[in-house]
Design a protein around this ligand. Structure first.
Ligand SMILES: Nc1ncnc2c1ncn2[C@@H]1O[C@H](COP(=O)(O)OP(=O)(O)O)[C@@H](O)[C@H]1O
Ligand SMILES: [Mg+2]
Length: 487
């Protein structure tokens, strides 16, 4: 199936997730869709698979303009999408999930479906017990199930969104083999990834998105140089960075490691001083988020020690980190930082050090009004936080942080914000830095990292690089470090 996307545009509030994207995908090939986090890949693919509507643009399949109003319509048109987070029903059995979306009488269907499922699994070497509940399967097995389900519905194009996240190495090898075989049989495969080596291994062509636009298109054999340059923005002329004299260490890690079921981050030894900004770079899931959570006291260290402003905080509870002047602002502002349904005023009341459960509403309201003024939030004390735009949510969150922090940990402080809001957020952060707060932040925006950090460390597969001086590195060099190639 030949696919043509023409000028696809999609906005979420102030964010233009897809900004006039045009690309063509040749039938029977594996086409890569590459780009850093937030580049707009998932949005574009949800539009192509009927999960989201676009604001403008057209989709043409084998020369015919189509309207894909729902996932079911897209499947009827021959397009199925494997989502990054499985959309299956964990309580149901493998067979019941396999039958989702099928038509016809239930009993007849069940026997036929079981035969189809067995045949497809045999064909690809998948081992799935039809009676097992889906909740008991691994991520890789759920993916195999979703793949054979979509194939049994007769799709001719399969979209896979970051399919290798969370699956084992053998599952990944089997998936790649399956995709190559399917493409050989004429199926069109769109492979979405932010990992260069996977695209290099699998795809014959790749389109690179950057900030909602097509940055370029490349053919195999791919050059890393070319892909990295397309994926990451080039730096603009940089104004000389202003630094403040550094104080005593605010954060010190000694031989620390963090262990989760997905990733182990090890050999963390590092100090960040009062008045210093440390940027954490790396592809998503490389360990930088775990690092922040450990420094915030949310994740325990598996080994080693953690010191905040001279106090040993290893294995201390979260509450003690707050008392030690540590604040953590997560990327998911609305899910983790702010409470949907509550107003700005109610947030102020909650954040205040009250006497037990007594809330002083007039004081909270006055304080909320003051914070709204000082932080230029577009809203009133009685605006519910989910009604605020992303930029205003971030301003509100900053307004709620305690004044004098030793250590401020931020995940993607300006992701999804317009440039004006992003600049404003950084002016606020750097004022805190000037007053002696150490700031550690993650970002996928190379300009943001290079412009605001004093030093940068790069995470890759749970390993942290030695810090580099941000004044001595260009965005391009940093892009190479992140892509796993030494500049
Ligand atoms: N449902 C949504 N509501 C608001 N913003 C969104 C939504 N989905 C995506 N975005 C924003 O659109 C941009 C592109 O996101 P996405 O398509 O998920 O990128 P990618 O898959 O390349 O990481 C990001 O800035 C993201 O925050
Ligand atoms: Mg995505």
């Amino acid at each position: 199936m030949n696919i043509e996307l023409d000028c696809i545009t999609k906005r979420f509030g102030a964010v233009v997730a897809n900004d006039g994207i045009s690309m063509t995908i040749a039938g029977g090939t594996i086409h890569g869709l590459l780009g850093e986090n937030g580049a707009g890949k998932t949005t574009l693919m949800k539009i192509l698979s009927g999960y989201q509507s676009c604001d403008a643009g057209t989709i043409t399949l084998d020369g015919q303009a189509v309207r894909l109003g729902s996932p079911a319509e897209a499947i009827r048109a021959g397009i199925g999408m494997l989502h990054q987070d499985p959309l299956d029903v964990p309580q149901l059995s493998v067979l019941d999930n396999f039958m989702l979306g099928r038509e016809g009488g239930w009993h007849l269907r069940r026997r036929a479906a079981r035969r189809d499922l067995d045949a497809l699994c045999r064909r690809f070497g998948f081992v799935l017990d039809p009676e097992a509940t889906v909740g008991s399967l691994t991520v890789g097995e759920r993916q195999q199930l979703e793949l054979v389900r979509l194939l049994s519905l007769g799709i001719r194009t399969i979209i896979l969104d970051e399919p290798t996240t969370g699956i084992s190495a053998p599952q990944k090898a089997l998936l790649f083999e399956t995709l190559q075989r399917l493409a050989g049989e004429g199926l069109t495969v769109i492979f979405v990834s932010h990992k260069l080596d996977e695209v290099r291994q699998l795809c014959s062509r790749a389109t690179v998105l950057r900030r909602g636009r097509v940055a370029g298109e490349v053919c195999a054999p791919f050059s890393d140089e070319e892909l990295v340059t397309l994926m990451f923005d080039q730096c603009l002329e940089r104004s000389p960075r202003r630094r403040v004299p550094l104080g005593a260490p605010a954060l010190t890690l000694q031989d620390a490691s963090i262990r989760t079921y997905r990733l182990t981050v090890r050999d963390l030894s590092l100090s960040v001083c009062a008045g210093e900004v440390l940027g954490l770079a790396g592809l998503e899931g490389s360990g930088q988020s775990l690092f922040l959570q450990a420094c915030a006291g949310i994740l325990p260290l598996a080994s080693g020690t953690l010191t905040i402003a001279g106090h040993d905080m290893t294995h201390q509870p979260y509450r003690r980190f707050l008392e030690a002047g540590v604040a953590f602002v997560p990327a998911a502002r609305l899910e983790e930082g702010l409470i949907p349904g509550l107003t700005i005023c109610e947030h102020v009341a909650l954040a205040a050090d009250g006497d037990g459960f007594v809330i002083r509403w007039p004081a909270a309201e006055a304080q909320a009004a003051e914070a709204i003024r000082a932080f230029n939030v577009v809203g009133t004390p009685h605006t519910a936080v989910e009604e605020l735009s992303g930029g205003n949510q971030q301003r509100a969150l900053l307004a709620l942080l305690p004044e004098d922090l030793n250590l401020l940990l931020m995940e993607h402080p300006t992701r999804g914000l317009d440039i004006e809001s992003a600049d404003w957020i950084w002016s606020q952060l750097l004022q805190r830095r000037d007053r002696g707060t150490a700031i550690v932040f993650t970002s996928t925006d190379l300009d943001e990292l290079v412009e605001n950090s004093d030093r940068i460390v790069v995470f890759s597969g749970g390993v942290m690089s030695t810090p580099v001086d941000a004044g001595c590195i260009t965005c391009e060099e940093l892009g190479h470090l992140i892509g796993g190639r030494v500049a």
